[in-house]
Design a protein around this ligand. Structure first.
Ligand code: FMN
Length: 194
């Protein structure tokens, strides 16, 4: 198959795979995760800001993440606390092989608008999604739990002006996601030709 055709298939077949669909705890080699992160860093970014900051949790590190995020959720959720959410924050990391925190770090003094650094990180995450798909692995981006809790940032190496944008879970697939649908392109595109 031509590489463009292969790429089109890869993009179309990329699906989010959630922790309950993983083979619990089955390991992905660190070298492979490193390659996935190298691919992430080839994403476009404005003014060479390379504004991504990742922390990779694996092995016992997953227990540290589970403990940190469930405790902080309990402390910070107040009246919104939900027991099932707390349990998921404690258990989901342990189903994965690796969990990567996705941070936006303001790295440059050039006046790049914050939204553009956030957009660059989102491009990096799509590269992660596609790389995971290419390796036949599963994964998904979650912005749940403690993602937007200010106090969480420092645990993930982020400062006041940076942002935590969520977590990418990676695992071996036990139960594949069903194919997805997208609404027709005509609903979403306007062509202007002269
Ligand atoms: C910015 C962003 C945040 C997301 N946050 C969550 C989340 O918190 N929980 C979740 O289950 N899925 C989350 N997802 C994954 C979506 O649920 C998933 O992309 C969607 O179901 C479409 O499925 P697909 O990725 O297979 O196309 C997020 C996706 C994006 C792009």
């Amino acid at each position: 198959m031509q590489s463009a055709t292969l790429f089109n298939e890869l993009v179309k077949n990329r699906r989010s795979t959630f922790p309950k669909q993983f083979i619990p705890g089955k390991q992905v080699a660190d070298e492979l995760v490193e390659q996935i992160l190298i691919n992430a860093t080839w994403a476009p970014n404005h003014g060479q800001s390379e504004p991504w900051h990742f922390t990779v949790f694996s092995g016992k590190g997953l227990e540290k993440l589970a403990s940190f995020q469930s405790k902080l959720y309990k402390k910070s959720s107040g009246d919104h606390f939900k027991e099932d959410k707390y349990q998921k924050l404690q258990q989901n990391p342990l189903l994965a092989s690796h969990v990567i925190s996705i941070g936006m770090k303001r790295t440059t003094t050039k006046r790049i608008p914050e939204i553009e650094d956030i957009e660059a990180v989102a491009c990096a995450v799509e590269n992660i999604y596609l790389s995971v798909t290419a390796y036949g692995l599963g994964g998904y981006w979650t912005t749940g739990g403690i993602t937007y809790v200010e106090e969480a940032k420092s645990f993930f190496g982020l400062d006041e002006h940076d942002r935590l944008l969520g977590f990418f879970y990676i695992g071996h697939i036990a139960v594949p996601s069903p194919p997805a649908i997208r609404r027709p392109l005509t609903e979403k595109v306007t062509w202007v030709k002269g």
